[in-house]
Design a protein around this ligand. Structure first.
Ligand SMILES: [Zn+2]
Length: 118
């Protein structure tokens, strides 16, 4: 898999983890049950996200910055030749590429980073 795509997927995972932490009303739960304070957990995630952002190439970073304000997910799967960010077909050359995920493809329609599934 493309190294930048790996980073992007890891970042997306961290972002959804962060969103899940923020959504849970952890204040209602006795905090002594946790090994780490939820607020601190969010800070750790932000730190890690910052480290990963620094590893992105400039062009990728710029696109990521644009997408992250507008979308929950910026890396979306391509299933059966369809981009799951916008549900439009992607060029068939990509959909059938034997070296899938070795490059960093971007959807022409919605601008999301793509990763290819069977
Ligand atoms: Zn798309």
């Amino acid at each position: 898999m493309h190294a930048q795509l790996e980073i992007l997927l890891e970042m997306q995972d961290l972002r959804s983890q962060r969103a899940a932490l923020a959504e849970q009303d952890l204040g209602r739960v006795e905090s002594e049950l946790f090994d780490i304070e939820p607020d601190e957990a969010v800070l750790r995630i932000d730190e890690k996200l910052g480290e990963l952002e620094d590893r992105l190439d400039t062009g990728v970073r710029n696109r990521y910055d644009r997408l992250k304000g507008a979308r929950d997910r910026m890396v979306v799967p391509v299933v059966g030749g369809i981009c799951y960010g916008c549900f439009m077909a992607v060029p068939t050359a990509w959909a059938s590429d034997i070296e899938r995920n070795e490059g960093l493809d971007v959807c022409d329609n919605c601008g999301c980073f793509l990763y290819h599934l069977d």
